[in-house]
Design a protein around this ligand. Structure first.
Ligand code: AMP
Ligand code: ZN
Length: 111
């Protein structure tokens, strides 16, 4: 998607503070952090949100889920972390490229 901010970050066309990447995903620091560690983990593939997932994405999503705790540990989050995925305007989504917020490093309030 040529006009998608996170596709541009994934492609390296827009700078971001990238902390991890592999063939499936890239993780970078949120520009407006809500916790001492606040990353966004996105698939390279443009998927709008959870509504947009297809059966063919199952293996990709599984690998990304397995990668989240590895990224968290790399960030020193040994006591735990929070993942949030906003889906659609009703879920507060602002950037329509699927992303997992990965938050930690402080005392997070219960949801
Ligand atoms: P959401 O509301 O779930 O769609 O989250 C979008 C997130 O993207 C917000 O937390 C923003 O702070 C973050 N964000 C927007 N632009 C950038 C950017 N250029 N680099 C890093 N994070 C960004
Ligand atoms: Zn995109």
């Amino acid at each position: 998607m040529s006009d998608c901010l996170f596709c541009k970050i994934s492609a390296g066309d827009i700078a971001a503070d990238i902390v991890y990447q592999d063939d499936d995903c890239v993780a970078f620091r949120d520009i407006s952090p809500k916790a001492p560690v606040h990353l966004l983990v996105i698939p390279h593939k443009h998927i709008e949100n959870l509504y947009d997932l297809r059966e063919e994405d199952a293996a990709l999503m599984s690998r990304i889920l397995l990668t989240l705790p590895k990224i968290a540990r790399q960030q020193g989050l040994d006591q735990g972390f929070r993942t949030v995925t906003n889906t659609g305007t009703g879920g507060g989504q602002e950037v329509f490229h699927l992303h997992f917020h990965l938050l930690g490093g402080g005392s997070l309030h219960p949801i």
